[in-house]
Design a protein. Sequence first.
Length: 178
Amino acid sequence: MKNQKTLSARQIKEETVKTLAEKIKKAKTLVFADYHGLTALQISDLRRKIKAAGGELVVTKNTLLSRALSINHLPFTINQLVGPTASIFAYEDEVAPVKAAYEHTKSLGSPKFKFGFFGRDFIDMTSVELLAKIPSRPELNAQVVGTLSSPIYNFVYVLWANIRNLVSVFDQLSKKGV
């Protein structure tokens, strides 16, 4: 009977590793954070914010997480997965879930980023924080549109100024009676 219990626990762990490996493969960005010091309510709130940003927050055992990372051939060391670790998966937007976690960090001081993967590329703690500071996609789109429209607007303004000057000359000539 004890052997059957161990077997079912093993099956549960294998299924968890398989599910984690699928999530890792599907994620555009994957970040790991130390959630030590957060209450259950704060973790729940963080989970909700990350989900609203198009991501997912998962808390699992480090050994299961390391096996799932190994299945996906992602480079990491066991020393990086020490202590309580939350995994942040970004499925839709590469930056938005990480940004949501970073905003939570700024207000509460936790979670603290450990490392992550942008696509298949390893990023360290500093790079994760820089990634979180990148403007959102709509903000970047607005900046691009502004950058592209500015020279066009200036060109139209220059053309309009020439027409305005021509009208001014004709107005002066009509006042003189020529």
